[in-house]
Write a protein of this length. Structure first.
Length: 362
């Protein structure tokens, strides 16, 4: 799949410089994340537990309380079980809360949230009787903070994204309302927060039947990754108006690493996404190109408009030989929650097309 450097002609180099969008670094050759897969089954299990279950294992569940850390730099939090009035200020966290056996008194509404609720909960909970819709946006500056505090919730769940925790933490603390600041970026985070939410709702049975089942299925997919032939991968994120490169810090970037793929782009500064440099992509000539974002149809139009007539783009093996893939929004743009195993299996099949990856039948 790799092209010879001799293909870079003077004309191509001129074109490359025209299409450089910004500087991004070529990642160094990395050992596949599945190196431990060459050991015994016990070795692999130990490696998976360390990678995915460590944070969930640090959650301390007592008879009436749950103790854990969030991303607020407050140290350990101890929250009472069975909160009766919960306000959830991030739609994807609302879906996780409901999957863990909870209900909410306040949530985010709007078209995007409705889509998430219907996909993961089975209905638009924003329309439930007694539900207060705080805003149609997860952007904190659009919230009515006085309305939230006036509801007198006994728990607020929010994200650090879009100014959430920064905006609500001060007023909530002054009113004596506990706030959980959630960071949910990968499978490990899913397991941790599902553990916390199940415990708070008194539904530890769901931890075993849902989360651990998903963990075992993900482990099963990783067990099937071949020891050789790890592909090089370039992953693009399509926003509403811009295209960026996913680093290993993103959910999809982390999954690529878990599956042994080598991301051709790294930030060097811990960024989730960086601006694309087409010269770097051409020089690396990735085996596979992935595209993730909100709507695959709109994304394909955006990419065709930006790169469709670009001879450098069209000369990439992954493009010319049909290894450009648009990832399913429900599994890769949204947080897949209990569908993480399905997401890993789908991505593994793309990265290793000569292998067959299966999940246990329901």
């Amino acid at each position: 799949m790799r092209k010879s450097i001799k293909r870079i002609t003077g004309i191509a180099m001129g074109l490359l410089m025209c299409f450089v969008l910004s500087a991004c670094q070529t990642g160094p050759a990395k050992e596949p994340a599945t190196e431990a897969a060459t050991g015994t089954a016990a070795d692999r299990q130990e490696e998976y537990e360390a990678r995915f279950l460590k944070e969930a294992g640090l959650v301390n569940i007592a008879e009436d309380t749950v103790t854990f850390t969030d991303v607020s730099s407050r140290g350990e939090l101890t929250i009472d079980k069975y909160p009766k009035k919960v306000v959830n200020l991030y739609a994807s966290l609302t879906t996780l809360w409901y999957e863990a056996g909870g209900t909410a008194a306040g949530c985010i509404g709007g078209a995007s949230a409705k889509e998430l609720y219907e996909e993961y909960i089975g209905r638009n909970v924003a329309e439930d009787d007694g539900m207060t819709v705080i805003s149609d946006s997860s952007v904190a500056k659009k919230w009515d903070i006085e309305q939230i505090i006036a509801m007198q919730p006994d728990l607020i769940i929010c994200s650090t994204a879009k100014g959430g925790y920064e905006t609500i933490s001060g007023p909530a603390e002054a009113a004596g309302i506990p706030v959980i600041a959630v960071d949910y970026d990968d499978f490990s985070d899913y397991l941790k927060w599902f553990r916390v939410f199940c415990a708070l709702n008194g539904r530890e049975d769901l931890w075993e039947s849902v989360a651990m089942k998903t963990y075992e299925e993900v482990s099963g997919v990783l067990d099937e990754i071949p020891d050789e032939g790890a592909p090089s991968v370039f992953c693009m994120y399509a926003g509403t108006e811009t295209l960026q490169a996913d680093t290993q810090e993103t959910m999809v970037g982390g999954m690529i690493a878990d599956l042994g793929g080598v991301n051709i782009v790294e930030s060097g500064k811990g960024e989730d996404r960086i601006t694309i440099n087409l010269e770097t992509v051409y020089a690396s000539d990735p085996d596979v190109i992935l595209v993730e974002g909100h709507d695959s149809e709109d994304i394909s139009v955006m990419i065709e408009a930006q790169y469709g007539n670009n001879p450098v783009w069209k000369s990439l093996d992954a493009v010319s030989e049909g290894r450009l893939y648009y990832l399913e929004k429900e599994l890769f743009h949204n947080k897949p929650n209990r569908r993480f195993a399905e997401a890993y299996r789908s991505l593994a099949q793309i990265l290793y097309p000569d292998c067959e990856f299966t999940l246990p039948e329901e």
